[in-house]
Design a protein around this ligand. Structure first.
Ligand SMILES: [Zn+2]
Ligand SMILES: [Zn+2]
Length: 198
């Protein structure tokens, strides 16, 4: 019996079938990339007044790096807690991925769009909007990178050493879901002691 069937109780099946409908459409999966890239472009435009950048060149250097780095930690924390510990739609959706790793499924694109842009507008009352926008744009670029790497791990074959390492790392996670939580990097698994080497 699959792991999925073990983890989902009967009373949850209705919610799962609803979740399945909205998360497994191919349109949702592929249009997610269009929507997510649009978020990145939209946020970057917030850093300009006309054609004039509101950030210095140095800020354009370190804020994107900081955003990408923060993504790797967000990815670890979200995967560990929102997908595996806290019971709810995100956890159930992720269990569907663990059960059928080759299926194309993703969070509904409009949910991420509304939440992320909403968070930007909320935080822009507290922080400098152009700096926040670039920071959040590159966090989101990290998210897109994660989507591509995770897709590649389950669907593509490359002879690249790093790619093979990430693939082995993630396949171990599919077998033992409290290990190897990171997808795009093994860094946080080393730091938090959840690494399991093949
Ligand atoms: Zn996976
Ligand atoms: Zn997982």
């Amino acid at each position: 019996m699959s792991k999925f069937k073990n983890q989902v109780h009967k009373e949850d099946l209705e919610e799962v079938s609803f979740l399945k409908k909205i998360t497994t459409s191919h349109f949702n999966y592929w249009f997610g990339y269009v929507s997510n890239l649009s978020i990145v472009v939209f946020l970057c435009t917030r850093a300009f007044s006309g054609f004039t950048s509101l950030l210095t060149w140095f800020e354009w250097l370190y804020i994107p790096v900081a955003g990408l780095l923060l993504w790797t930690l967000v990815e670890y924390v979200m995967h560990k807690y929102a997908y595996h510990v806290i019971k709810g739609p995100a956890e159930r959706g992720h269990m569907m991925h663990h059960d059928r790793p080759y299926d194309l499924m993703g969070v509904p694109w409009y949910v991420t769009l509304i939440i992320y842009v909403g968070v930007y507008y909320g935080l822009s009352y507290l922080l400098s909007p152009p700096h926040l926008a670039v920071y959040m744009a590159f966090i989101w670029l990290g998210y897109i990178g994660y989507c591509i790497v995770h897709h590649a791990i389950h669907h593509w074959k490359f002879n690249n050493k790093l790619f093979k390492k990430l693939k082995r790392h993630h396949y171990i996670h599919h077998a033992r879901d409290n290990k190897n939580i990171g997808i795009v990097t093994t860094l946080w698994d080393h730091i938090f002691g959840t690494i399991e080497k093949s």
